[in-house]
Design a protein. Sequence first.
Length: 581
Amino acid sequence: MSIAPPSTRQPLDTLPSILGAPSHPRFGAPLAPPIIFLISSEQSVQQTLASDLERRFGNDTRIFSSGTTDGALAALADLAERGEPVALLIADHPLAGMAGVEFLARAHRLHPSAKRILLVERDYTAANPIVPAMMLGQIDYHLVKPWLPERGLYPAVSEFLASWAGSEPDAFVLFEIVAPQNNARAHEIRDLLTRFDVPFDFHEAASPRGSELLEEFAHAGSQLPIVVRHDGRVLVDPTEGELVEALGGGTRLSADLYDVAIVGAGPAGLSAAVYAASEGLDTVVLERQISGGQAGSSSHIRNVLGFTWGIGGHDLAHRACEQAWLFGANLVFAQLVTSARRHDSEVVLTMGDGQEVRARAVVLAMGVAWRRLGVPHLEALIGAGVFYGAAASEARAMRGRRVTVVGAGNSAGQAALHLAKYAEEVTILARGAALEDSMSQYLITELQGIANVSVRLHTELVDGVGGEQLEAIVVRDSRTGQTERLETSGLFVMIGAEPRTEWLDGFVQRDEHGFLCTGSDVDLTQGWPLERPPALLETSVPGVFAAGDIRHNSVKRVTAAMGEGATVIQLVYELLARAPA
């Protein structure tokens, strides 16, 4: 093995000196620079790529290269034994004696947190090896030959390194949470901080660190959980609004009258906010929790246009929030809208704390909420092994355990993929006869390629086992009626969703399931007041629109919701242009 470029080569036996790097002041762990490890059987490719990477990333990473698979695997085994952080594994395709995909699989077993990159010739056909490799989850990213360092190579590798760093245990913790082990409220706080992509630690109240924090920060009789920010600010059993403000998020309004008020900050609402604010409309976004909607709980979404290797739901939501804010939108989190009414030419929205928002037009984009199981024993264990759409925040706690995902949609598939990185075994329970009826084919194919993921069809969940913590579940085969106990430490429930539109009852038309009727689905005999029909995404109340999953017969996909969010603003703009000055 060699270290490129040739002018800076070091033999492998000098590696122990690298472990003498400074320690983190809090954790005492060596902060050795991460390694980019590349292999190519073509010496020119190996040396050129190593040299290009060294020029940009040599100060912050160590660039290792090899020309043989045996030598590379031996070196990687030695690095693993030394505990060296390998961030990226870059393998050319093909290699002498071994396919690049096979090498990455073997190398990944030695360094499971490393990101796998396949280097290929540019070829926009399905025969290119990156297509099946990506579909089967055998690689994380790809690079192409020839590469342009400034336009192709450097931005991509920067993204790969950022993704690796984001998946590593955090060296810096912004919040520390102290609570009893199975405290449901502490689980909700962890989930919220995870969706905000904020590093935190959880400490059981009786643990040494938990006791230390309670002694230092908690007052006598303080209610748990407590949340301690890194600067010493203490939140006692905080509300979502208090947590959002502690994170620097907004919970307050900045105007008396808005051109458009958007209810909901999922993909549809945030898309609407970006386009509304960019068109110069005074825009407010009202979100009952935090941004992202159901998409925010997805660890990896691959079918969003423009994101070559996919994007995490929280990252997508964060980018959209920043984009909307930079265009001038007022983002208000942790504010539940409880009622709506018309007042002259305006719509008035009332929130849970009594504040009112006046707007010339309203976009309803609340999305949908996870449907509940309705099994009393399991409902009592929420946060103690039973979770609704919370795979991201609890995945690391499932390391080496058996877990179960209930559901057959894309969110369930993405959760299973993410959990499989940590759990010993992941079982998907589906009531139907085939996943193809509700899950995208790329996810099904990827799941089939993961050894520790299994699928049980025709299966219903009927009960849970456990006192303070989930221990097992009871399932029933819908064809035979036979029941079976399955040992499991974590149950992640994603069985579809339902709208939360009760507060709109009597204001706008809803279908029998509570979804909002728009456009041609509006019954004009039920009080539509204008001569013109409702616009495409307009509800039964003129000037009140709906976009995304909340609509009757909507397409339940992230990009479809984003498209509707953009479209609805054009309709709002046309409405406001027709309104008298």
